[in-house]
Design a protein. Structure first.
Length: 430
């Protein structure tokens, strides 16, 4: 569009910041309500329906697998339907899922609700958040992605006491229903009236596009990078996908076993309580800091930060018998945890270009979901085989080092990265 403008330097509030706010609300309400508060319902629901805990916790795996299947599908659909229709429809599905859980009298209804909630997560949170921020921001993309992803931590900190109070005061059926209403009320105003897939729909350009274009030729160029079909033919893309699966296993295997792991390894009770309470805060900090590092120092520095913190955290788990070691573990864990969900979203552009971003991210996010789904199985096998968590810690430490090396190999063999580094070096000389 010839009349598009970038309001970055015009002293006005750039509309893209409303997109960031809306994406943060999605992660804080939709994602956190379904994922972060899940464990709070285990005891009241299983007691109320007289079912086994393991049977109810299958709901989490069902949601994860449904979301995993939905990610590549919504990654393709986002180009063919209005983003407002896709997100609003997914939010309505989330409300339906919460409503079904509030009325459930058996596992059949619970599992069906899990499928619906998994689809809602994919079409309402995982895909649109990353695609919207990628489309609206050329500069500060990593920071904005980090802020939006940090919404899940903020939402967890806010919703956990609310849901705990609802469960105690009104029971789990009412809690599910009210949470569903909260999802509708908080997100629909953004999804129906604020979201636009591209800045051109508001007569704007992506944030920072003017300064980036100024360093290039004046000739207008299409979105750079490999197409979706071309990307699928690249071995390094599938190596990236495998690495993302492994990283998700490393991160989530520890997260789902955090309290029993620290307890069995001899951590003080007060330190465990403090660690769980502070985990959300450190993850929020980690997502924002790592997003900023990706913006300012580039993808290599960002990956080194995330994977170094992910690796170092395990060293403090071998002897978490002091409060200091517990705090050091949770601090490094918070800084490294974004490797599980921020990396799959943020590395696509630098490694393969922004062309067909949504479809490419649909695959990498599927891989992240697959790793999360496999993590509890892997952790269970290791625990049962050794009757302890030392084998899980050692396995995670070794696997994180392997993932670190794989990421470095992928970066070094990426022509897209080499071209950007050469362009950056030439601009510095000029």
């Amino acid at each position: 569009m010839g009349n598009t403008t970038n309001l970055k330097n015009e002293g006005k509030f750039f509309y893209g910041w409303w997109i960031v706010i809306g994406c943060t609300v999605i992660m804080a309400v939709l994602f956190a309500a379904i994922i972060n508060t899940f464990s709070l319902y285990v005891l009241p629901v299983t007691t109320g329906l007289n079912i086994d805990r393991s049977e109810f916790t299958y709901l989490y795996s069902i949601m994860t697998f449904a979301s995993m299947i939905g990610n590549p599908i919504f990654g393709m659909l986002v180009k063919k339907m209005k983003i407002r229709v896709m997100v609003t429809g997914s939010v309505l599905l989330a409300f339906l899922g919460e409503l079904m859980l509030s009325q459930a009298n058996g596992l059949g209804m619970i599992y069906l609700a899990g499928v619906i909630l998994g689809i809602a997560l994919s079409g309402g949170a995982t895909i649109p958040v990353s695609v919207l921020i990628t489309n609206w921001f050329e500069e500060k993309r990593g920071l904005c992605m980090g802020i939006a992803m940090a919404g899940s931590g903020v939402g967890g900190m806010i919703l956990t006491p609310i849901v705990t109070w609802l469960l105690a005061a009104y029971g789990w059926r009412t809690a599910y229903l009210i949470v569903g209403i909260i999802i509708l009320v908080c997100i629909v105003p953004f999804s129906a009236f604020v979201f636009r897939l591209h800045p051109e729909e508001k007569g704007l350009k992506p944030y920072g596009s003017d300064s980036i274009e100024g360093s290039r030729s004046e000739e207008k160029k299409p979105v750079s990078g490999l197409s979706y079909a071309e990307t699928l033919k690249k071995p390094r893309f599938w190596l990236l996908c495998i690495t993302i699966v492994l990283v998700a296993i490393v991160i989530n295997a520890i997260v789902v076993n955090l309290v029993p792991l620290l307890t069995d390894m001899g951590a003080p009770g007060k330190a465990i309580t403090a660690s769980v309470s502070l985990a959300g805060m450190f993850i929020i900090i980690g997502k924002i800091v790592s997003g900023r590092v990706f913006d300012k120092l580039g993808i290599t520095a960002g990956i080194i930060l995330l994977m170094a913190c992910t690796t170092v955290q395990f060293l403090f788990l071998y002897r978490p018998t002091s409060s200091m070691f517990c705090m050091l573990f949770i601090g490094f864990h918070g800084l490294g945890a974004p490797a599980a969900n921020l990396l799959p979203a943020i590395v696509i552009g630098p490694l393969f270009g922004d062309r067909d971003y949504a479809a490419k991210y649909g695959i990498t996010s599927l891989c992240a979901a697959l790793g999360a789904a496999l993590s509890s199985f892997v952790a269970g096998v290791l625990y049962n085989s050794s009757h302890g968590y030392v084998s899980l810690i050692t396995f995670s430490l070794v696997l994180s080092v392997i993932c670190f090396a794989l990421f470095m190999m992928i970066i070094k063999t990426s022509p897209q990265m080499e071209a950007e580094e050469e362009s950056s070096a030439q601009s510095e000389v000029i």
